[in-house]
Design a protein around this ligand. Structure first.
Ligand code: NDP
Length: 295
């Protein structure tokens, strides 16, 4: 099975590594070519010079790019995939994209005999490394069945979200919740530190109580208390995801003041911490504003 993988970023590179083995025949393309060359030095894969070259013979094409904007660019830009996609191929977009763009790409490709599913992932780089990502896909079952072995190579919990765009929709809302939980836990702990409570003791109680979340149970103990703040998922990408959720809410006329406020706060955090900061570093904004360290 010939597979083209487009986008070897923090998570894309780890996902692609599960496809660099039989029965797959993998070709990779990355905007920064040196990353693709490094990947091919350490994995069974060949490197394409352009997106068009990458997809020419592929029956399955996977994109894993920052947002739907870059997926459109790789499709329509110079040396883009559009004219080279084979009839009968399937484009599996693992980007955390936005539903309207995914629907429009699906319609455009459908007119050329190419199928599309949106298939964003969750579980972070740890699950990507072990090939145990959660995959939420939107599209037709018959199309999914043709790419099932590919998705199973990096996914463990694989859920049909609904029609094209439904995977993107769930992903955006999940990540809006993640963003709310990071900031609410940081604010609560900032109060407790000022009150003179040891945040480790506070987390011990909260994590046995009803205020707990993945942020309080895992992210804050492992990354904030330790001051490690590893870079696994860029803050800028989480800001993008909350933005998608906020736009969805707006379009659907659902009142979501908490999501809107969190989107604003993550915008401030990115301005403060920059494009390369990890998402959990948003806690640093709360710390600086309050003159405390959660450690
Ligand atoms: P990164 O920012 O680490 O990587 C982005 C990738 O997209 C790189 O390969 C980059 O190339 C490429 N790229 C950026 N801009 C363009 C462009 N204009 N044209 C072509 N290629 C471009 O992102 P991640 O790998 O972390 O994330 C990818 C997707 O997966 C995102 O939608 C993200 O929200 C989602 N995701 C990420 C998770 C994580 O833990 N990291 C978890 C779950 C979902 P280059 O190397 O040249 O910069």
């Amino acid at each position: 099975m010939k597979i083209a993988f487009i986008g070897l970023g923090d998570i894309g590179g780890l996902m692609a590594s599960h496809l660099a083995r039989d029965p797959f025949d993998l070709v990779v393309w990355n905007r920064t070519a040196s990353k693709a060359e490094e990947f091919a030095r350490t994995h069974k894969a060949s490197v394409a010079r352009t997106p068009a070259d990458a997809v020419r013979d592929a029956s399955v094409v996977i994109t894993c790019l920052p947002s739907s904007v870059e997926v459109e660019a790789v499709l329509h830009g110079e040396n883009g995939m559009l004219g080279s996609l084979r009839k009968g191929a399937v484009l599996v977009d693992c980007t955390s994209g936005d539903p309207p763009t995914s629907r429009s790409i699906a319609a455009e490709l459908g007119g050329r005999g190419v199928d599309f599913i949106d298939a964003p992932v969750s579980g972070g780089t740890t699950a990507a490394k072990s090939g145990t990502l959660t995959v939420m896909w939107g599209g037709e079952l018959a199309v999914f069945e043709r790419v099932r072995p590919v998705i199973e190579a990096f996914g463990k919990k694989i859920v049909h979200a609904g029609e094209v765009g439904a995977g993107d929709a769930i992903k955006a809302v999940n990540n809006a919740l993640l963003a709310v939980h990071i900031l609410s836990a940081a604010e609560g702990l900032a109060v407790l530190v000022k009150e003179g409570v040891d945040p480790k003791v506070a987390l011990d109680v909260i994590n046995a109580s009803s205020g707990r979340s993945n942020s309080s149970e895992n992210l804050i103990p492992q990354r904030v208390i330790t001051r490690a703040f590893p870079r696994t998922f860029r803050l800028a990408l989480l800001e993008k995801d909350i933005g998608i959720a906020a736009v969805m809410a707006d379009d659907l006329q659902v009142r979501t003041p908490l999501i809107s406020l969190t989107a604003e706060r993550f915008h401030e955090a990115r301005e403060l911490l920059g494009e390369e900061a990890d998402h959990v570093e948003a806690v640093k904004m709360v710390e600086r504003e309050n003159g405390v360290e959660i450690k």
